[in-house]
Write a protein that binds this ligand. Structure first.
Ligand code: GLN
Length: 504
C-alpha cells in the first residue's frame, strides 16, 4: 500500500485485512517526512517516540482480536496551536518557543480515546494570524504543488502535510478561513464546523467568538469521520453545543442529498475572481448538476462589509486574548532569573521602581516575542476597544456582524423558498507566490474575503477540491466552498461525499 493511496477508510480496511501494521505505516510516514519536509516545512515538532508507542498499542489490540475504532492508529498531524500534553505548543511564535503543553485539548483527548496516532505539530502563521503561512516565526511552508508558492494560511502546515502525504489527515483551526483557504490552495478537503460544534478547550484562543477546530483531509468522507469523533458538548467550553445532527454524517442518503437546493450568491462571483477560479466554479456546478442538484441565484447584500467588520472584531479579541503572554508565564524566559532580579530590586528600591522594572520586562518580552502581524493586530484591537473609539468602531462592527448573519438567515429561510446550501469560491485566486503579498497587509487580508462571512455568522462550511489534482502536475488546485445551515454539517459533507465519487 502506497502512502499516497491512504485515506482513513482505506487505512482501517487495510488494518482489518492485515495488509500492514500500524507500526509499518507510522514508520513509513516518518521516513516520508524526513525525506520531504526539509523542502516543504510543514512540521514544527515531530512526535516519533510517542507515535511509535501508540502504534504498537493498536497493533497489540488487533493481535488480540479486540474491536478497534475506525480512527485507531490513524497517523494525524496537529496544528501547533492545539495542545497535546508534554509536547511543545508554540503557535509558531517566539513568545511560546519553550512552552510545553501541560494538558490535552478536548479534541486530542477524544482522538486519543479512539487510538489515533499524532505524528507531530504543524506550522502555521503566528497565533493563526495570516493567509499564507509566511507569518510563522520559525520557517515558511512551501506549497507541495509548486514550491515557489504559499500553501495558504493559517493552517498551511496541516494542509501541506496532508497534500504531500506526510499524514493521512490533520486538524487545523479556522477563524476567518484558515482551514478552507489552505485546503483550496493545496487540493485537499477542509471543514470549518458550526461555531460551538467542536470544543475549543485547549485551542489557543485568538478571536474566541470566531475560532473553530476542524479537519483537513483527503476526502469529505474522512472529514466526516474526524468531525464525528471531535464534535460535541464539553463542560470545559461554555460555547460548545449539544445537538442532534439532522441527516447522517457518515452514510448520507443520495435521495435526500439530491433534493437539496443550492444558492449561488451573486456577490461572491463579482469579486474579481482569477480565471482558473471561475473556471473551477463552472466545473463544480456542472458536476453537481450531474448528481441532480438544483441551483438558484441569490443575494447576500452585506457581503462587502464583512471584511472590514472582521478586521475590527478579530483584532479586538486578539488584543485581549494575547494579553496573557507577558513573556514570563509559558516559559519564554528563565523565570528564576526574573525572580532573582525582582528580589534584588524589591530589597533595594522603592515600589514604583519595582513596577517599572516589571513593565520593562513585559515591554521587552512582548516586543521581542511577538512578530509584526501579531503586534499590528494587538495595536489595532486595543485602539478599537479604547474609550472614545469603542462606539465608533467596535459596537458598529458588532451591528454589521448581525446584518451579515441575517443575510444568511434570509437565504436559508425555508418558509420563504430559501436554499439549503450555498456554493461559492473559497478565495479569489489559487495559491500565490511566496513574498507576493507580504509587504501589503491589505492585499493579504483580501484573500479571506470569501471565507470570513461564514465565521461572522457561525455557520459550517467546507472547501472541496474541484477535481483530483496530482502532485507534480502543471495545474494549481482550485477548491469550491459549500456553506450549510447551523449544525447541518451533514448536508455539506453529504454533497462532498457524493461529489468525490464523480469520475474525472
Ligand atoms: N487569514 C485570516 C486572518 O488573518 C484568518 C485567520 C484564521 O482563520 N485563523 O485573520
Amino acid at each position: 500500500m502506497h502512502l499516497h493511496d491512504l485515506t482513513i477508510k482505506k487505512f482501517h480496511e487495510g488494518l482489518l485485512n492485515k495488509e500492514f501494521s500500524v507500526l509499518e505505516i507510522v514508520q513509513s510516514f516518518f521516513k516520508c517526512i524526513k525525506d520531504k519536509d526539509e523542502e516543504i516545512g510543514a512540521y514544527l515538532t515531530l512526535n516519533e517516540e510517542e507515535a511509535i508507542k501508540a502504534a504498537e498499542k493498536v497493533d497489540l489490540a488487533i493481535a488480540k482480536n479486540e474491536e478497534i475504532d475506525i480512527l485507531a492508529g490513524v497517523p494525524l498531524a496537529i496544528k501547533d496551536n492545539i495542545l497535546i500534553e508534554n509536547l511543545p505548543a508554540t503557535a509558531a511564535s517566539k513568545i511560546l518557543k519553550n512552552y510545553i503543553a501541560s494538558y490535552d485539548a478536548t479534541v486530542i483527548k477524544k482522538l486519543k480515546k479512539a487510538g489515533s496516532v499524532f505524528l507531530g505539530k504543524t506550522n502555521l502563521d503566528e497565533f493563526a494570524m495570516g493567509s499564507s503561512n509566511e507569518n510563522s516565526a520559525f520557517k515558511i511552508v512551501h506549497n507541495p504543488y509548486d514550491l515557489k508558492r504559499v500553501p495558504g494560511g493559517s493552517s498551511g502546515g496541516s494542509a501541506a502535510a496532508v497534500a504531500s502525504h506526510m499524514a493521512i489527515a490533520a486538524l487545523g483551526s479556522d477563524t476567518g478561513g484558515s482551514i478552507r483557504q489552505p485546503a483550496h490552495f493545496c487540493g485537499v478537503v477542509g471543514l470549518k464546523p458550526t461555531y460551538g460544534a467542536v470544543s475549543r478547550f485547549g485551542l489557543m484562543a485568538m478571536a474566541s467568538s470566531l475560532d473553530q477546530i476542524g479537519p483537513i483531509t483527503k476526502t469529505a468522507e474522512d472529514a466526516a469521520l474526524l468531525f464525528n469523533q471531535i464534535k460535541g458538548i464539553d463542560p470545559f467550553d461554555a460555547t460548545s453545543a449539544k445537538f442532534d445532527y439532522a441527516g447522517d454524517l457518515l452514510n448520507p442518503d443520495l435521495a435526500k442529498i439530491k433534493k437539496l437546493k443550492i444558492g449561488l450568491p451573486k456577490e461572491y462571483f463579482e469579486k474579481g475572481l482569477d480565471k482558473n477560479v471561475s473556471q473551477g466554479m463552472e466545473e463544480a456546478i456542472k458536476r453537481l448538476k450531474t448528481l441532480g442538484l438544483k441551483f438558484k441565484n441569490i443575494s447576500l447584500p452585506h457581503t462587502s462589509y464583512a471584511l472590514s467588520c472582521y478586521y475590527i472584531i478579530m483584532p479586538a479579541e486578539v488584543s485581549t486574548n494575547l494579553a496573557r503572554f507577558e513573556g514570563i508565564r509559558y516559559s519564554r524566559i528563565n523565570a528564576d532569573r526574573i525572580r532573582t532580579n525582582a528580589d534584588n530590586i524589591s530589597v533595594n528600591q522603592r515600589s514604583y521602581q519595582r513596577k517599572s522594572a516589571l513593565s520593562e520586562i513585559y515591554f521587552r518580552q512582548r516586543g521581542q516575542g511577538f512578530g509584526q502581524e501579531a503586534k499590528r493586530r494587538i495595536i489595532l484591537g486595543t485602539f478599537v476597544l479604547s474609550a472614545g473609539y469603542y462606539d465608533a468602531y467596535y459596537s458598529q462592527a458588532q451591528k454589521v456582524r448581525r446584518l451579515v448573519k441575517e443575510d444568511f438567515d434570509r437565504a436559508f429561510d425555508s418558509s420563504a423558498g430559501g436554499v439549503d446550501v450555498i456554493l461559492t469560491p473559497v478565495a479569489p485566486t489559487s495559491a500565490f507566490k511566496i513574498n507576493e503579498k507580504t509587504s501589503d497587509p491589505l492585499a493579504m487580508y483580501l484573500s479571506d474575503i470569501l471565507t470570513i462571512p461564514v465565521n461572522l455568522a457561525g455557520l459550517p462550511a467546507i472547501s472541496l477540491p474541484v477535481k483530483k489534482y496530482c502532485l507534480g502536475g502543471k495545474e494549481l488546485p482550485v477548491g469550491f466552498q459549500l456553506i450549510g445551515k447551523h449544525f447541518q454539517e451533514a448536508d455539506i459533507l453529504g454533497i462532498g461525499q457524493y461529489y468525490e465519487r464523480i469520475e474525472d
